[in-house]
Structures are given as structure tokens and as C-alpha cells.
Design a binder for this molecule. Structure first.
Ligand code: SAH
Length: 253
């Protein structure tokens, strides 16, 4: 199924968030990973300018968010919900690892809407809330300092969801940078460089064709490691040509 469609089927549910800034941070975390469906269960303070500030370009996610008065209401229509908990509880589903559980979440998303459920900043999820979920996840952390900021926990799960939706290889777009400044050099252009190098090195006495040793194979190996572009060949050959002009080596006259 289309990865974007899968991601659009994941609801992020924040239960009783206390700080509007965290709601904004969660919206931003979601949008950067291609999620957009945000549910807020009894937010203490929302809407709020602090939420907008922390959301930056993801205010649209905040504006489209749905406010409910219970987790049950927020989960209506979903077929599978994962609880995010910093610690194992007596009750509730067994704790799983984020990657495996998100893989399951995405499989379920093929069938319908699913949810990632996060708890309150101070209390976490209540036992009652956890019991509404069919799976639970703890993000592995430093055991001496295990509680992530709410927005950060949302980011980790949204990232894992994106990775899973795109089978581990989401496309990357580097803004403002062309990945290849010039087209790759053809093999005959690369051979031209080797010939030019050999000529200059022979003329300067650095290379003795009578006793070639491993110099040329080593240089081939060096350039073979990088994928030379046309421009780069031109630069290197320009450097060689300028040495020839300066030293007089290789001049026809
Ligand atoms: N003090 C609370 C943690 C609150 S952090 C507690 O001990 O439960 C707010 C929310 O972020 C948590 O309810 C949980 O949904 C999520 N979260 C934070 N750290 C997490 C972790 N290591 N693994 C999974 N979820 C985490």
C-alpha cells in the first residue's frame, strides 16, 4: 500500500497533555514524518499560542486536531492501538520494542485506522488508558534516566513509522543542493584521465614505464573508489595541463 496513505491512517493520541508546548512539538514531529492525524484527550490548555510557536510550520496539524473527553472516544473507529509507556505496568499488554511493534502497527494499518497513544507528562498513561490498547512499547533508554519528553517520544515513534512505511528507505530530499553537480564521467573519460596522468608522470620522471610497478593499478584503485563526475575529470585534467604548460613537458614543439 502507498506509504503516505499508510502514515495517514496512524492517529497520534495525546492523553491529558499538560503543556501546550508539547502539543505543538508533537504536531511538528508528526508532520516531519508524514503523519497528520492528531487527537487530544482533555488537553489542559489548548488552543494556545505556545502550541503554535512550537509547531512552527505544522500549525495545520494543530488546527485539524480533534479534542475528545476520553481515550475511548479518541480510539473510536481504530482497529489497533499501541500504548507508549516509559515503564512496565502490572496490567496491560506486554511491553514490546518500538521497531517490531511499529511493524505490526503498519500491517494493521493496511486494514484500517490505528493509533499511537501517549501519556501525560507527569503521570504517564493511567492503567485504565493502557487497557484500551492491544500492544505497548517502551523506547529503550538510559536505565538511570528513562523518561523522554513527550514531543521526543512522539518523534521517535513517528520516525519508526516512516521507516516502516517506506520499507526502511524513505526518499531523502536535500533542499537547495543538487546531489550531482555534473553527470557521471564515462569510462572512456576516466581512461583519458589515466592516460594524461601517466604521460605527465612519465615526463616528470615520477613514473618509469620500463619499471611500472603498481603505480597505475593503485591510482586506478584510488579513482575507482569514487564515482568521478565529468566536471571533476575536467578539473584534474586542467591541473595536469597547467603543469605541462608551466614545465614545458609534453609540449609539441
Ligand atoms: N513520568 C511518566 C512519563 C511521562 S513522559 C512516567 O513515568 O510514565 C510522557 C509520555 O511520553 C509517556 O506517557 C509516554 O507515552 C511517552 N514516553 C516518554 N518516555 C518514554 C519511553 N522511554 N518509552 C515509551 N514512551 C515514553
Amino acid at each position: 500500500m502507498n506509504p503516505q496513505l499508510l502514515l495517514s491512517r496512524i492517529r497520534v493520541v495525546l492523553c491529558r497533555p499538560s503543556h501546550p508546548g508539547n502539543i505543538g512539538a508533537a504536531a511538528r514531529a508528526m508532520k516531519t514524518m508524514g503523519l497528520s492525524s492528531l487527537y487530544l484527550v482533555e488537553p489542559k490548555q489548548f488552543p494556545d499560542p505556545e502550541a503554535d510557536v512550537r509547531a512552527t510550520g505544522a500549525v495545520d496539524v494543530l488546527q485539524a486536531s480533534k479534542i475528545t473527553s476520553s481515550l475511548k472516544e479518541a480510539l473510536a473507529g481504530t482497529i489497533f492501538a499501541v500504548a507508549l509507556s516509559a515503564r512496565q505496568r502490572d496490567l496491560g499488554p506486554e511491553i514490546g520494542a518500538p521497531r517490531e511493534t511499529v511493524a505490526r502497527l503498519l500491517r494493521e494499518a493496511e486494514q484500517g485506522e490505528v493509533a499511537l497513544v501517549f501519556g501525560n507528562e507527569t503521570m504517564g498513561l493511567s492503567n485504565e488508558e493502557i487497557l484500551h490498547c492491544q500492544a505497548a512499547v517502551t523506547i529503550p533508554t538510559n536505565p538511570d534516566f528513562s523518561s523522554l519528553n513527550l514531543g521526543s517520544a512522539v518523534q521517535v515513534l513517528c520516525y519508526e513509522s516512516r521507516m516502516a512505511a517506506f520499507a526502511g528507505q524513505p526518499p531523502i530530499r536535500v533542499l537547495g543542493v543538487t546531489p550531482f553537480a555534473s553527470p557521471p564521467a564515462t569510462l572512456d573519460e576516466v581512461e583519458g584521465l589515466y592516460g594524461h596522468l601517466e604521460k605527465v608522470m612519465t615526463d616528470t620522471g615520477f613514473y618509469n614505464p620500463e619499471q611500472p610497478g603498481r603505480l597505475m593499478p593503485k591510482l586506478r584503485r584510488l579513482f575507482g573508489r569514487v564515482r568521478l563526475e565529468k566536471d571533476e575529470i575536467n578539473i584534474l585534467r586542467g591541473v595536469l595541463a597547467s603543469t605541462q604548460v608551466k614545465t614545458g613537458y609534453g609540449r609539441k614543439d
